[in-house]
Design a binder for this molecule. Sequence first.
Ligand code: MSP
Length: 653
Amino acid sequence: MERKKYYITTPIYYPSGNWHIGHCYTTVICDALARFHKMLGEDVFFLTGTDEHGQKVEKEALKRNITPMEFINPLVAQLKDMWKLLDISYDRFIRTTDRDHEECVQKIYQKLYDSGDIYKSEYSGYYCTPCESMWTEAQLKDGKCPDCGRPVTLQKEESYFLRISKYAPRILKLYEDNPEFLQPKSRVNEMINNFLKPGLNDLCVSRTSVKWGVPLPFDKKHCAYVWIDALSNYISALGYLSEDDSLYKKYWAADLHLVGKEIVRFHAIVWPAILMALGLPLPKQIYGHGWLLINGDKLSKSKQDVVSVQLTDPYGLVKRYGADAVRYFLLREIPFGSDGEYTNERLLNRINSDLANDLGNLVSRTCAMIGQYFGGELPARGKEEGTDGELISLADGLFEKLKRAMDRLNAPEALSEIFALVSRANKYIDETTPWILAKDEDKRARLGAVLYNLAETVRICAVALKPFLTQAPEKILTALSFDASAGFETLAFGGLQAGVKVEKLAPLFPRIDVKKELAEVASLVTAEQAKKKEKQEEPKMETVTKEITIDDFDKVELKVGEVIACERVEKSDKLLHETVKIGEEIRSVVSGIAKHYTPEEMVGKKVIVVANLKPVKLRGVLSEGMILCAEDKDGNLSLISPEKPFESGGSVR
Ligand code: MSP
């Protein structure tokens, strides 16, 4: 029988580099869901990646005098490291700079252009660079970006537009006919009241002012503007419109796009409109989760000035407490669909109470008692007595509850069901008092039965925890001599064989002294923040030094010259070699203008030459100066010349 498929995606991340615990939220939940569905025996494809084009990256790279790729690559590597640390089991990490993605985006634009869904017009709007978002005047809050509160700039340019207005009625109907399509329900009302009812504006989908993007196939002056490029990743990653589209055929439509609530409008309006225009099936569900708030703030990528003594750096957190603890916190603490506050104290309390006390103690007590009373050999399952039945039926019913919670994507509820069993088992130890049974030889069989029930409950908890925690369950199952790769099919009570070896385990989650730890973390974070602040101040210094004084300018010797001869530089399609007369002096100058001027056009022209540049050889030809040109945003050049007839040799000031 063909296995059920499950295609799940995270949004693709902006390479901000300022990674914090909030960034891990979507991806950790997706990972738990992907693992859960794999354990159900489904054929899972889990996609994540990075969203790398756009003005912000272009500007950041320019500021640092490096290429956009040089800027992005280390940030992408950091993100991948972060996912490795957190044991994220993705099947593909797509980058929007991947060749196959770029090719697919071009094909998608062409299709949408051919079908009339993309058309040319003029754009004017308010752009927030850090958020990469355009806003209409009405959307601004006090004249500033409604998302991050920063100043915006008015921009006007020729642009292509996606006709999403045309799809508004179909999108409304989609919400109506498919209540599952957009969850939680509150997001549907948001979309209808804030965007669909007031009337959808067509979406600007190209830029001429931004060069860091995919060029449009039908108008190379324009680059794809972030959202079509970004959203298409969900199908380009599967080979849509490529030679090999077998993954696309197998996995599309997505079963779930899990996204933060601030990007729901792109996923629940723009993405369906694109897919409708392309005539493709729609994803089965978009879920807009809430935010992890840190000091009451989203720790948004564009706000750098949040004062916080919370350790929010995922690398630091995983190093201190382990991946399981961080994953557990993210999956358990925040009610799914709502915002939740993150503090180090909450994290530490969760680690201590749930992981160290409840789970850790249950496991170590159970294994230790089997070691102590049965030489590390699992006793046989006895007949049921006392509260055995209660424990066993709770353990037996766990899978159903787990499945019900996870079908609603509710990891906190799923974990709470597992931990209810953990607590019940701890209570069972108190009820059965194995240490008292151990004193009475007549009760040996009963002691064995109690310990079997406990070991079996521990095993069931460990298997059930596998989608959520990636390290502890394996350690527990190995200690119980049980197959660590076990799936949910093993969840029925009674899976452990009597006589197998049970090992003692070192504490899985050592208890943390919260007060001491919080003090340590606070001083660590304060020191880090001071370091960061110092670093942030550096670029300012740089921009100050970029300004020059009049004395600096005076060092540049600019002269009027006349081009008296000109030829192409051999084996170069960019360079011209001019002979320039400056007063009585003759100079050899090489310029990169061959694509804009022919040698014939150059001869006789009066030009402005930087006359005191250190001579260099370009392609073996001596260049003793530089000819000045103006350049527009599309790279067109225009020679600078004296505005009226002028003798060569004159100075320019
Ligand atoms: N590049 C876009 C998505 C394009 S998808 C076609 C983007 N990237 S992002 O890097 O800003 O966000 C990536 C994910 O991280 C989003 O789901 C976002 O909601 C999530 N989070 C970032 N900060 C967050 C919190 N503080 N809390 C929870 N998740 C938040 O948006």
